[in-house]
Design a protein around this ligand. Structure first.
Ligand code: C5P
Length: 222
């Protein structure tokens, strides 16, 4: 049973994917963490992230492991724990290099399909899961929300972690990431034709998870 959840940054997909996977009793695959992990590996090795050939080679060389840890996932690159490092702002800003790199994408898409075969059942989230990686998934979702609401959510998250940031600058960064995710040539962000589109702007996380569960049940998956 494969459920895909795609959508832009701040649409709520990570939290929703984790909760939905827990409710269904299946694994959760965070594919954004893999693009972030390649970025961290590149930065650690002093590679120019804009050097497409070098970054693509690196993606083929490093081993990325996603390890279940309680409710969450730990991310390892060649056995080094980079779970915290991949969430740094600088990494969020620079991951577009890995995301728009054709070679990196083909390595990661293949790795994701392999994980799909190994795990059998999973809820996977990203930008291209329903369109490219798992086109025959049992249920596909596309989560969206207004850019303003997504910026407010990011802001709240940062404040909760004791960090300061202006909503306006978060909004600006989100818009840039949206544009880069939607306009790249390989694996662009878009809803699959057979995806259920959910606008989460005025919904709580629980409401979103309930709505998705109803669709999964209807599809015979729970
Ligand atoms: O979802 P998250 O914000 O962690 O993803 C980090 C970056 O990785 C995104 O900005 C996006 O460009 C890229 N990504 C991707 N394809 C995926 C998942 C993430 O290009 N399947």
């Amino acid at each position: 049973m494969i459920v895909t959840i795609d959508g832009p940054a701040g649409s709520g997909k990570s939290t929703v994917a984790r909760l939905l996977a827990a409710r269904l009793g299946v694994a959760h695959l965070d594919t954004g963490a893999m693009y972030r992990a390649v970025t961290v590996a590149g930065l650690r090795r002093g590679i120019d992230l804009a050097d497409e050939a070098a970054l693509s080679r690196l993606a083929g060389e490093v081993r990325i492991d996603l390890v279940r840890d309680g409710d969450g996932l730990r991310v390892l690159v060649d056995d080094e724990d980079v779970t915290a490092a991949i969430r740094e702002n600088d990494v969020s800003r620079r991951t577009f290099h890995a995301a728009s790199n054709e070679g990196v994408r083909s390595v990661l898409v293949e790795a994701q399909r392999r994980i799909g075969r190994q795990w059998g059942s999973l809820v996977t989230e990203g930008r291209d899961q329903g369109t490219v990686v798992f086109p025959t998934a049992d249920v596909k979702f596309y989560l969206d929300a207004s850019a303003e609401e997504r910026a407010r959510r990011r802001h709240r998250e940062l404040v909760q972690r004791g960090k300061e940031a202006a909503v306006a600058s978060i909004l600006e960064e989100l818009r840039q990431r949206d544009a880069s995710d939607r306009n790249r040539k390989v694996g662009p962000l878009r809803a699959a034709e057979d995806a259920v589109v959910v606008d989460t702007t005025r919904m709580t996380i629980d409401e979103v998870v309930d709505a998705l569960m109803r669709h999964v049940r209807r599809a015979g998956g729970a």
